[in-house]
Write a protein that binds this ligand. Structure first.
Ligand SMILES: [Fe+2]
Length: 318
C-alpha cells in the first residue's frame, strides 16, 4: 500500500503533470512566442496545443494549487512541489524519447508489455510523418541553421523549460534536419500518446481507493506482522477524501463531446498538396494501428486500450 501510494504521487506529479502537461505548456508558449503563424512548424504544431493552456490554468487552481486536490496527498502541496522540482532537474532528453527510454530501463523483452509495443508503433508512425513534413520544408541542414525562428524556439524551450540544464542533454540549438525531426517526434508523441498513456487509465486504477491511494493517514509499519484489518482501515483516507479523489479521476478520465483525436487536423493550415498528402498517410497509418490493437485486444482478458489512436487526443486537453 505504501509503495502504491508513492507510485501514485510520482505518477500524478511527475509522469502526468511535469512530463506531459507542463512540458506541453512550455512547447506551446515557445511556439506562440517564436514562430510566425505562417511558419510551417507553427502550422504543424499549433493543433497539438489545443486547450493545453486552458487545462493547465484550471489544473493549477483546482488540482495542483495550495488548495487543490493533489495538495491532499501524503506529501502535501510543498512535498509535491519539491518532488516535481527534483524530477525536472533529473529529466533527460533521452528519457522522453520512448525507444531510448525502453532500452535504458532494460524493458525490451518483458512479455505482454503493451505500453511498450503500442507506444513504439505509435512513435514510429509519428516519426515517419514528422520526417516527411520536416524533410519537405528543410531540404538541407543549412536551412535549419539559417532559420532564426526555429533556433529561437528551441533556445526558449531549453532556457525556460529545462532551465538551461546542460546535464539534461536537451538541445539548445539545432544543427541538422535529423535533430529537428527527433525533437518534433518527441514533442508530438509526448502530447498525444504519452499523455494518453498516463492520463486515460486514472479512473481504472484510482477509483477504488485501496488499489492505489493518493493519501495514507499513518506512517508505514516498521515491524513485520503488526498489520491487521484495523490498522489498514486506519491508514486509508476517510470517505470524504476517498470520494473527492475518485471524482477527480473520473473527471480526468472522462470523454467530452468536442475532442479532436490524434492525427485529425480540422483546420486546414497547409495549402501545399504534398503536406496534405502526408497528413492523409499519417491518418491511414494511425487507423491501421488502431485496427491491429483492437484485434490484439480481443485475445486479452484485460484489453490495453490507452494507446489505441481512437482513444488518443491530438493535444493535452484534459
Ligand atoms: Fe491529463
Amino acid at each position: 500500500m505504501f509503495i502504491r501510494n508513492a507510485d501514485c504521487m510520482d505518477h500524478q506529479a511527475v509522469e502526468h503533470l511535469v512530463k506531459t502537461h507542463f512540458l506541453a505548456e512550455v512547447y506551446a508558449v515557445a511556439t506562440l512566442r517564436s514562430f510566425s503563424a505562417i511558419h510551417p512548424l507553427y502550422k504543424l504544431l499549433f493543433p497539438h496545443f489545443r486547450y493545453t493552456l486552458h487545462i493547465n490554468t484550471g489544473g493549477r487552481r483546482n488540482l495542483f494549487g495550495p488548495e487543490g486536490a493533489l495538495s491532499k496527498s501524503s506529501l502535501g502541496y510543498e512535498g509535491l512541489t519539491e518532488l516535481m522540482r527534483r524530477a525536472l532537474s533529473e529529466t533527460t532528453y533521452s528519457s522522453l524519447c520512448l525507444p531510448e527510454n525502453i532500452i535504458a530501463r532494460g524493458l525490451e523483452s518483458v512479455p505482454n508489455f503493451y505500453y511498450r509495443d503500442d507506444g513504439l508503433n505509435l512513435w514510429n508512425i509519428v516519426n515517419s510523418f514528422v520526417k516527411a513534413v520536416v524533410g519537405y520544408y528543410y531540404p538541407s541542414d543549412s536551412e535549419v541553421r539559417k532559420d532564426t525562428e526555429l533556433q529561437e524556439w528551441i533556445c526558449e524551450i531549453f532556457t525556460h523549460g529545462f532551465l538551461g540544464n546542460t546535464a539534461s542533454e536537451f538541445p539548445a540549438s539545432f544543427d541538422t534536419v535529423e535533430e529537428v525531426i527527433k525533437f518534433i517526434t518527441m514533442l508530438i508523441f509526448t502530447v498525444t500518446g504519452q499523455h494518453a498513456a498516463v492520463n486515460n487509465g486514472q479512473f481504472d486504477y484510482y477509483s477504488w481507493g485501496p488499489n492505489e491511494s493518493l493519501l495514507l493517514i499513518k506512517p508505514p509499519p516498521t515491524t513485520k506482522g503488526q498489520s491487521s484489518m484495523k490498522t489498514i482501515l486506519e491508514t486509508l483516507p476517510d470517505v470524504g477524501d476517498t470520494v473527492s479523489f475518485a471524482a477527480m479521476v473520473w473527471l480526468l478520465s472522462a470523454k467530452y463531446t468536442d475532442e479532436v483525436l490524434m492525427g485529425e487536423y480540422p483546420d486546414e493550415r497547409f495549402q501545399e498538396p504534398a503536406a496534405k498528402q502526408m497528413m492523409k498517410k499519417f491518418q491511414a497509418e494511425l487507423s491501421d494501428l488502431s485496427e491491429a490493437i483492437s484485434t490484439r485486444n480481443l485475445q486479452l482478458e484485460i484489453p490495453y486500450t490507452y494507446l489505441n489512436p481512437t482513444e488518443i487526443e491530438n493535444s493535452v486537453a484534459i
